[in-house]
Design a binder for this molecule. Structure first.
Ligand code: AQP
Length: 322
């Protein structure tokens, strides 16, 4: 069967782009065999706060449950840290230094910081372990992650060839192109949960008041033209993209009948508040029952561990250890 694996990193509060571009689609499209995980270990490649990471991980898991993902398809990456640590080592010893350091994302991110963590270099190998541990056949990823899935493929092939067939060769697939949501305050950037300045970031858990306030301050332009022209009017086009994604129309149609920027912002605020309300309320309910969330989490971890146990043991044995 097909096993699609998707992850979300708790590097900040889940934002509207994550919801509209990924989580909502996962909840709609998921078929049996698909897996979703909160990749908290990936949030450690840059300086992090332990208590915050723990809280965000829990919150993100709750959002995924609240969004309607089947709980049996969910797990938290660090609940498998021992298994993944072992597999990552086997794969690091299958990967060349040159191969890892050629990853575009590493080159970009290591350039912009001095004294970066070694994990920034090796995290694609951990990602390969995530994929190969679960026997994923498909990994739906955007362009920025494609190279990492290619690495996972190369490592799986190499390991299988050197020691014996143990890993399924995964394939990178293109997720259906959803809306790319941009930062309301800085529409040249995409909306990101780890952004330092949150004034243009709509969090899934923001109160309706806060959502409205942020939307009312969204950057537009002085053309006074409500039309969908992304190249000329990036801020307005972003608001129309958000409106369209929330109301299930296309951005050009969404622009029709709207006369002013004030009216546009009002419509966007209503649509965003109504779209996020059920997820936020359900997330709050889930977080209010920590014992039940712990139970869900433990059950997901157990299933994920069972899925990888045999493969990991075989890989260790074939490599001459374990
Ligand atoms: N602005 C966006 N519009 C549409 N989709 C988006 N996604 C992220 N931002 C937008 C989708 O959300 C999923 C979760 O991705 P991730 O946790 O692996 O990290 P990311 O893609 O790097 O998302 P962020 O919010 O920008 O996080 P940080 O700040 O940590 O980099 C993915 O499916 C992604 O496409």
């Amino acid at each position: 069967g097909v096993t699609r694996l998707s992850g979300i990193t708790p590097s900040g509060q889940v934002q509207l782009g994550n919801y509209l571009g990924a989580i909502r689609r996962w909840a709609r499209d998921n078929t049996s065999g698909d897996l979703y995980f909160v990749s908290d270990l990936h949030a450690m490649t840059v300086p992090h706060n332990p208590a915050k990471l723990r809280a965000l991980t829990r919150q993100q898991l709750a959002v995924l449950v609240a969004a309607g993902l089947p709980t049996e398809a969910l797990f938290v990456q660090s609940d498998l840290v021992r298994e993944l640590g072992a597999l990552t080592w086997l794969l690091e010893c299958t990967c060349s230094y040159g191969e890892a350091s050629r990853m575009t994302q590493f080159k970009e991110k290591s350039n912009s910081s001095t004294g970066f963590r070694l994990g920034l270099l090796t995290y694609p190998v951990l990602m390969a372990a995530d994929i190969l541990a679960q026997g994923a056949t498909e990994v739906p990823v955007g362009d920025d992650q494609r190279q990492h899935v290619e690495l996972a493929r190369a490592l799986a092939r190499r390991f299988n060839g050197a020691y014996g067939e143990v890993f399924v060769i995964p394939e990178a697939t293109l997720p259906p192109n959803g809306a790319r949501i941009r930062d309301l305050a800085e529409p040249s950037r995409k909306m990101s949960k780890s952004a330092a300045d949150t004034s243009g970031i709509l969090s899934v858990l923001d109160s309706p008041d806060l959502l409205r306030r942020k939307i009312s301050r969204a950057v537009t332009d002085n053309m006074s033209r409500v039309e969908y022209r992304p190249d000329e009017q990036r801020g307005v086009a972003n608001l129309l993209d958000i409106l369209a994604a929330c109301t299930g129309t296309c951005a050009t149609d969404a622009a029709r009948d709207i006369e002013s920027y004030a009216e546009l912002k009002g419509a966007v605020a209503d649509a965003v508040v109504e779209t996020l309300r059920p997820v936020r309320e359900r997330t709050e309910e889930i977080l209010a029952d920590p014992a039940e969330l712990d139970r869900l989490r433990a059950a997901g971890a157990e299933r994920a561990r069972q899925r990888c146990a045999h493969r990991l043991n075989s890989a260790l044995r074939l490599a001459g250890v374990g």
